[in-house]
Design a binder for this molecule. Structure first.
Ligand code: TXA
Ligand code: MG
Length: 347
């Protein structure tokens, strides 16, 4: 397969996307080509979700392991039966509350969906994204769109078109640039094929909010799964990781520990980068690079800046990165899940 293409980055208004641009992008999807587009969470790498051939391209372009299934994006609840069957009433209750939005539901798969999308599983992941460009693209293409995050597999997810261009460059023909994404971490993945429902990945919708609709939920994906059979294949891979080793520092003495680490690495002649909240950043003056991702109490802002911060530090040229931990309330569960998976070491 020839991976090289003429990449075009087209700016679109995130609130009122140009109809002609979106009609052309939708036509590309229908023809089996790949289009990267913004969602409210992160940028997605989209393909016709009902075309096995188009979906296979996603795996090649991202270097994604073929056993890691994709999320299908639909524009309206009416399209749910096209991709899922035996839909439980809890799905409709959750959809009424959270769609369009950063919640992905695992349901029984409609056999019209090619095996490639679900990596051969009998289930399917589906969501309605809350972004006008994403919705307009799905409408224009008249098909469910399969889309993983538009990063190179294993790297931090893209929250800007520039991140997509950096990772996938000429491997993707069209990038719709709708500016920086809002939420910054991916959707919450909730498995509704089991009782009680099980969180496979914490994300943009807080677990506390889900429980108000579903009652009890299990939390499989909240902790890292290193061994045993994978409930969600994505859980077993290292993810979101910068190329530079990342050390996640926890505990009550977090700031003191980070200051000590900086001094130790500097003594060894290593350049140190630190990912931190606003409050403590002044303590890390001895580090070579400090990236501040927001006030520690403002978890939505920390989430929004997290992946861009990791990418910025990675590009800075440090030999080792050190990151603060954050509160696990609300979207903090998603932030800490991503940081734990990105880390090569937790101390
Ligand atoms: O916010 C998001 O969810 C973004 C935007 C683009 O929508 N997409 C995204 O896709 O994060 P991706 O491919 O990076 O992550 C999909 C996750 C993976 O962890 C995968 O294993 C899981 O969903 N998944 C997909 N289908 C599944 C299934 N049938 N059963 C269990 N897990 C599934
Ligand atoms: Mg991903």
């Amino acid at each position: 397969m020839n991976l090289k293409a003429e990449v075009r980055v087209i700016t679109v208004d995130p609130l009122s996307p140009d109809r002609v641009i979106l009609a052309n992008a939708g036509e590309m999807i229908r023809q089996g080509r790949l289009v990267a587009f913004p969602t409210e969470t992160v940028y997605g790498l989209g393909a016709n979700g009902l075309s096995a051939q188009a979906v296979r391209r996603i795996f090649v372009v991202k270097c994604r392991p073929p056993d890691n299934p994709l999320i299908l994006h639909i524009a309206a609840l009416d399209d749910l039966p096209r991709v899922a069957c035996q839909v439980p009433s809890s799905a409709y209750a959750l959809a009424a509350r959270f769609w369009p939005g950063p919640l992905t539901l695992i349901l029984q798969r409609n056999k019209a969906v090619p095996d490639e999308v679900s990596a051969g599983l009998d289930t399917i992941a589906v969501r309605i994204p809350a972004h006008r460009v994403a919705l307009a693209l799905i409408h224009a293409s008249k098909t469910p769109i399969a889309a993983p995050s538009a990063n190179h597999a294993g790297r931090p997810s893209p929250t800007t078109a520039a991140h997509v261009l950096h990772d996938l460059g000429e491997r993707v023909e069209l990038i719709l640039d709708g500016g920086e994404t809002d939420v910054g971490v991916e959707s919450t993945v909730l498995d509704l094929t089991v009782t009680p429902p099980c969180i496979l990945r914490p994300g943009g919708i807080a677990i506390e909010e889900l429980k108000k609709v579903t009652g009890k939920v299990d939390r499989l994906g909240v902790e890292r799964q290193d061994s045993g059979p994978a409930r969600s294949p994505g859980l077993k891979y290292r993810h979101y990781a910068p190329q530079t080793p990342l050390i996640l520092v926890s505990g009550t003495e977090m700031v003191a520990k980070i200051i000590t680490l900086i001094a130790q690495y500097k003594a060894e002649g290593q350049r140190v980068g630190v990912l931190a909240g606003e409050e403590n950043s002044s303590h890390y003056k001895e580090a070579d690079y400090v990236v501040i991702i927001g006030p520690r109490a403002d978890l939505p802002q920390i989430a929004k800046n997290l992946f861009a911060g990791l990418r910025q530090l990675d590009a800075a040229g440090a030999d080792v990165l050190v990151a603060e931990i954050f509160d696990e309330q609300g979207i903090g569960a998603a932030i800490m899940n991503r940081l734990r998976k990105a880390a090569s070491e937790v101390i």
